[in-house]
Design a protein around this ligand. Structure first.
Ligand code: SF4
Length: 352
């Protein structure tokens, strides 16, 4: 969204004024064709726009071919050490290659570049704090400056081979180092940037680190594609990435706001919110660009509900439903979700 240059990755255009692209990475064994196909199809359904797969050996190429045949989503081959796997992946039809030139001989990088040029495939220079090249590590350590130096060194190498079709990432497992590295990098180049906090941990830690790291940068106008990196099922990465983008008004979609509840609450707000979200998903209403507020009482409730497209302000065992700031009706607690869904569906029909 924010870089000056744009890079085509299959059907996607990354950078410039385009929307921020959500991506993730498969974590089944690369050789497991069916397992990866299933996971990739689920990622695609959940809203993943770009799918990366590790290609460490010849056996994993079978999976790459299968993914390219089965999916619409562009595929990225993640390559370390074995440059031949990059070239074979390009023959298999991948849409982007991710390399960390620090893990590949320079002469072999030249061979990858030649194949990319021939097939118009971009390269992501993916620098991680754990794999900074030795000479830069000695000079700068695993610092933001070290990450940026490693990235620019790699970009200069690609440029020497007349290659400019580049996306860059400089990920650290430390949030503040990640933020500083990308800020420095954004000052030094105008290539599209892939954002992420690497090895950010399990769900709780990973969500917080990614939301802060990626969120601060995006809020500052830096970043064109994001990967929320979580230890676990990659489907969760897409859900969190969407929430980060929606929180920053960089993506449209359903926004359910609800109060944390307190001693004043006289209905089960948690149950109402869970039932509501489930019902919206089941009725395919979750992709509507809409704000729905579920508030436990009138203290903040009226204000929030009036601001939202639809709102519930709870009383004692009941709730008042708002639509675009107007009170529509008072409903018993057990009927609130059903009535609200009815109104949302009527509203949707009215728009068609
Ligand atoms: S909106 Fe009402 S019930 Fe909810 S946290 Fe605030 S005061 Fe408590």
């Amino acid at each position: 969204m924010f870089s000056k240059r744009v890079v085509k990755v299959g059907k996607l255009t990354i950078g410039g004024s385009n929307s921020v692209v959500i991506q993730s990475m498969l974590n089944k064994f690369s050789e497991d064709v069916n397992g990866n196909l299933e996971q990739a199809a689920n990622l695609e359904k959940t809203g993943c726009e770009l799918i990366r797969i590790s290609v460490p050996n010849k056996a994993s190429l079978k999976t790459v071919y299968a993914l390219k045949k089965a999916l619409n989503t562009p595929i990225v081959a993640d390559i370390h050490f074995n440059y031949k796997m990059a070239i074979e992946s390009i023959y298999a039809g991948v849409d982007k290659i991710r390399i960390n030139p620090g893990t590949i001989e320079k002469s072999n990088v030249k061979s990858i570049v030649a194949a990319c040029l021939q097939n118009n495939i971009p390269i992501r220079v993916g620098i991680n704090s754990g794999s900074i090249p030795v000479q830069i590590l000695k000079a700068k350590g695993r610092t933001p400056e070290g990450l940026v130096a490693a990235a620019l060194d790699s970009v200069a190498l690609l440029n020497r081979f007349d290659f400019d079709n580049i996306i860059i990432s400089v990920k650290s497992s430390n949030v503040l180092k990640t933020i500083k590295a990308y800020k420095l990098l954004a000052l030094d180049c105008d290539y599209p940037l892939h954002l992420g906090v690497t090895e950010s941990g399990n769900l709780e830690a990973g969500v917080v680190k990614s939301a802060i790291g990626v969120g601060v940068l995006l809020a500052d106008g830096i970043g064109d594609t994001i990967r929320v990196s979580l230890t676990g099922d990659p489907l969760g990465e897409i859900v969190i990435a969407k929430e980060i983008l929606k929180a920053l008004d960089l993506k449209k979609g359903l926004n359910v706001i609800s109060c944390p509840t307190c001693g004043r609450t006289r209905v089960d707000v948690t149950k109402i919110v869970n039932l509501l979200k489930q019902a919206l998903i089941e009725r395919h209403l979750d992709d509507l660009d809409m704000k729905v507020a579920v508030m436990g009482c009138v203290v903040n409730g009226s204000g929030e509900a009036k601001e939202a497209d639809f709102g519930i302000v709870a009383g004692d065992g009941c709730g008042v439903i708002f639509k675009k700031g107007e009170v529509i009706k008072k409903v018993a607690e057990e009927c609130l979700v059903k009535e609200l869904i009815k109104l949302i569906e009527e509203g949707k029909k009215g728009e068609v």
